[in-house]
Design a protein around this ligand. Structure first.
Ligand code: ARG
Ligand code: GLU
Length: 720
């Protein structure tokens, strides 16, 4: 059939299909919704307007959303500054308040009154007051033909002026960020509160239920939430911690809906997504999944297997390595999902097809042709040139990250460099600080585990990296040890002064100059310095040169795509930790042939997964009791307790803790993860399988109310 359709018609059909396929892709800037997205959002069922989401003249949804500590999102859910975020976002704070006697990670924590709410030095919550487009002023002095460096320096000068003169209140801050690969600039006026107190958290057996096994996986049954509260000075403005501070009266607090969602219902997620690269050329996507992800997975596979083996045998090691294991495993698993997703959805083939379309349209227009001809080809070419260096970089950084002896070596080098800069007279004071900063590291360090990781990863590194990239110094050391990771590691861990806090102390107790000269005799520091030198000389320099060309062309290619392909899709800027809105629909998906996933999970599923005493799948007795009695209060539906659901919202890391809102802008859930096959959405969003995972707000409130009995918090909320 298709062959017989005349070409222009075919093109039209493709355009329509492509446009539909992109419907839920995108992380949009809230101040641009009215022009770009409002119509589509309403078409998908949204009942509110763009100005209910972003408005600088009255309280709007954006005034309820904060960047939580710069690494997650949280939202204001009461008129007393109560914040909701994920358990894994509050994890550090909860852990810091925990002790063996009061183990809040294990047992949960509920402040019975305001005085029991716990301060968290260093934690902050940032609101967005206003977003301005300052592109014109920022790029005012940019002239064609400028080098990247010149271009950046005229822009920086402008940005500096703008920052000095921008309209803001004395307690507000200003932040400027490039968007669309540096084609546009936006300014954010922000307000940061630094007195953020812990209010409540469920036990890990609810907040982290399923742990690493279920991480990135659907169906999911995790109650991944915790609660904090923003405190302000008596005038309502940001103030450093003081016991006299008062709960913040927010400009806007979210209303909560207990109605839940049905298939195809409109949903929207607002938050601070960290980083995506959606506009890469095909060569770069291919490289990401076939070479770079594979390299990192390769190294982590080996390290994780070793840690897991020890954790299973040894209780002490299990405690020491649990958090590290989770951290390393998180992206290890994500990258595997990404590799699989791109393959399964023919992501590279689709990019190539998109590039063909782009080329045809671009070449048919003389103005575009003159401006953009050759850009995509050069970009693809530079990406293929950068590949071996990027691969070497990833192997090197995984090696140094996973072999902790090398991490210590790196930190020691940085410390000695700092001393060199500040003057040797500072050595003794700085040494004490350095040793103190290493103390927590050694508490969770086991040299035996690290030794085995070193054996495995140095072998992998030496095999994967061409000798010329690793450098002569490394080659020599490798040769001296018969090109064998075990011979090398046996020596390192037997003789190095870095394997325990006592040895490190004795090492740096010597005079500064002795320490510096011994860096070349201690086998671990010698190796670290050799590898570092190899990396800097042979990898990072050429890498940076090619990268500068890529950045420049990537900016032009971004503009080219926005000019040439604008009839096909609207363009959203890649994530850069600024406030975004994404919207989609509640829906299941088919991950593989003959498998269908539903979009809701229930407490029954928690009980199905229950393994008594297991560190991932244990269930607290009180929850089992409530389940048996079906005592769900107003939070259950038809005798069942909803737990998690999925939708096609386009999210990424940093969106953890983001509110999931319904068509009325009411809070229905809390974003905390993506499905495994869909983690590729950072480079290639496919609405067929990309889903974000949210915990249902009714499960959150059921835990607070029925499980923990913390009704004072429920009384603060606006429920519907
Ligand atoms: N995958 C989620 C996110 O990136 C949750 C991570 C925390 N949970 C865990 N089991 N490690 O980051
Ligand atoms: N868990 C992630 C976070 O901490 C969000 C999941 C994702 O990457 O989509 O931000």
């Amino acid at each position: 059939m298709l062959q017989r359709i005349a070409k222009p018609v075919l093109l039209l059909v493709l355009l329509v299909l492509a446009r539909q396929a992109y419907a839920t892709e995108g992380m949009w800037l809230p101040q641009l919704l009215s022009g770009l997205n409002e119509k589509e959002m309403k078409g998908m069922g949204m009942k509110i307007t763009a100005s209910d989401i972003y408005n600088i003249n009255k309280g709007s949804l954006k005034d309820a959303i904060v960047s939580f500590g710069g690494f997650c999102t949280a939202e204001v859910i009461s008129e007393q500054g109560l914040l909701l975020t994920n358990h894994h976002c509050g994890y550090d704070a909860i852990q810091k308040h925990s002790s063996l006697q009061n183990n809040f990670l294990e047992n949960g924590f509920w402040a019975k009154s305001a005085v029991e709410e716990l301060p968290n030095p260093g934690l902050f919550a940032t609101f967005i007051v206003r977003i301005d487009d300052i592109t014109k002023a920022a790029l005012q002095d940019v002239k064609p033909g400028m080098s990247e460096k010149e271009r950046q320096s005229v822009i920086d000068r402008r940005l500096n002026d703008i920052k000095q003169t921008v309209r803001r209140e004395s307690w507000q801050d200003v932040m400027i960020k490039p968007f669309y690969e540096g084609n546009q600039y936006f300014l954010f006026v922000t307000e940061t509160y630094r007195d953020v107190r812990l209010v409540g958290a469920p036990p890990s057996s609810i907040g982290k239920f399923g742990s690493d096994t279920d991480n990135w996986v659907w169906p999911r049954h995790t109650g991944d939430f915790s609660m904090f509260r923003i405190y302000a000075g008596k005038d309502g403005r940001p103030a450093p911690y003081s016991k006299d501070n008062v709960p913040l009266k927010p400009k806007y607090a979210l209303t909560i809906s207990l109605k839940g969602v049905k298939q195809n219902d409109f949903t929207m997620v607002m938050g601070f997504p960290g980083r995506t690269t959606e506009y890469l050329p095909s060569e770069a996507v291919k490289q990401t999944v076939e070479v770079l992800d594979a390299a990192k997975v390769d190294m982590r596979d080996a390290a994780l297997k070793i840690i897991d083996g020890y954790m299973r045998k040894d209780q002490q090691i299990k405690i020491q390595y649990a958090a590290k294991y989770a951290g390393t495993a998180n992206y290890w698993k994500k990258w595997m999902g990404e590799m699989q997703g791109v393959k399964q959805t023919n992501g590279i083939g689709k990019k190539l097809q998109y590039e063909d379309n782009y080329r045809q349209l671009m070449e048919a227009n003389p103005v575009w042709k003159q401006k953009y001809s050759g850009v995509l080809d050069s970009l693809n070419l530079y990406y293929s040139q950068i590949q071996p260096y990027a691969q070497a970089r990833d192997y090197y950084s995984e090696l140094v990250k996973n072999v902790e002896l090398f991490t210590v070596g790196d930190r020691l080098i940085t410390f000695l460099n700092d001393v060199h800069e500040r003057g040797e007279g500072q050595y003794e004071t700085m040494r004490e600080q350095f040793l103190a900063s290493m103390q927590p590291f050694y508490q969770n360090y086991n040299a035996k585990v690290d030794h085995d990781i070193c054996v495995s990863l140095t072998n992998l590194y030496a095999k994967a990296i061409p000798a010329r990239y690793a450098g002569n110094e490394f080659a020599q050391i490798w040769q001296e040890h018969n090109r064998d990771g075990r011979t090398l590691s046996d020596k390192l861990y037997a003789l190095s002064g870095l394997t325990s806090p006592e040895k490190l102390k004795a090492f740096v107790q010597q005079p500064y100059n002795t320490v510096v000269s011994q860096m070349w005799t201690d086998p671990a520091t010698r190796l670290v310095m050799a590898m570092r030198k190899g990396f800097v000389d042979n990898v990072s320099k050429p890498l940076a040169d090619i990268q500068a060309n890529i950045n420049n062309l990537q900016r032009t290619y971004m503009q080219a795509q926005m000019d040439v392909m604008s009839s096909k899709k609207a363009f959203y800027p890649d994530a850069n930790s600024t406030l975004r809105v994404t919207y989609g629909k509640v829906d299941g998906y088919n991950p593989r042939d003959a498998i269908h996933y539903d979009f809701y999970t229930y407490l029954d599923g928690v009980m199905e997964k229950y393994v008594p005493g297991d560190y991932e799948f244990d269930v607290p007795a009180r929850l089992i009791e409530l389940y048996k009695k079906k005592d769900y209060g107003r939070y259950g539906v038809n005798g069942k307790m909803p737990v998690c659901f999925i939708a096609s919202n386009h999210t990424t890391g940093g969106n953890s803790g983001s509110p999931a809102l319904d068509a009325h802008g009411h809070l229905i859930g809390l974003n905390f993860d993506r499905t495994w096959e869909g983690t590729m959405s950072d480079i290639n969003f496919d609405p067929a399988i990309c889903r974000n995972i949210m915990v249902d707000i009714r499960y959150v409130l059921f835990i607070v109310d029925k499980y923990a009995g913390c009704t004072r918090l429920i009384d603060e909320l606006k429920l519907q």
